[in-house]
Design a protein. Structure first.
Length: 92
C-alpha cells in the first residue's frame, strides 16, 4: 500500500487533539471552581491543565513517531523476468 508523504504537521495534529480531548480538562475546571468557592490554591488548576496538555502532546508525538516508522521505503528489486523490457528499450 502506498503511503502519502506528510509534511511533519505534528503541531496541527496536536491542536486537533487538544480539541478532541477537551473532556480531560474537567478536573481542571473543578479545581478552578474550588479555588473560587473554597479558596484552594490556583496551582491545582494550572497543574491539571498542564497535565492534560502534556498527556495530549505525548500521545501526539507517539502516534506521529509510529506513523513515520511504519512508512519506510522498500529497496528497489532487480527485475529477473527475461520477457520484460528494460529501461534502455524505452529510451532511444
Amino acid at each position: 500500500m502506498r503511503r502519502t508523504a506528510h509534511g511533519g504537521s505534528v503541531f496541527l495534529c496536536y491542536l486537533i487533539n487538544l480539541l478532541l480531548n477537551l473532556e480531560w480538562t474537567i478536573p481542571a475546571w473543578i479545581a478552578l471552581a474550588l479555588h473560587h468557592f473554597l479558596g484552594i490554591s490556583i496551582r491545582w488548576f494550572w497543574g491539571a491543565l498542564g497535565l492534560w496538555a502534556l498527556a495530549t502532546l505525548l500521545s501526539t508525538v507517539l502516534f506521529s513517531a509510529l506513523a513515520t516508522a511504519g512508512s519506510e521505503k522498500t529497496p528497489p528489486k532487480q527485475n529477473k523476468n527475461p520477457y520484460s523490457k528494460k529501461n534502455s528499450d524505452y529510451i532511444k
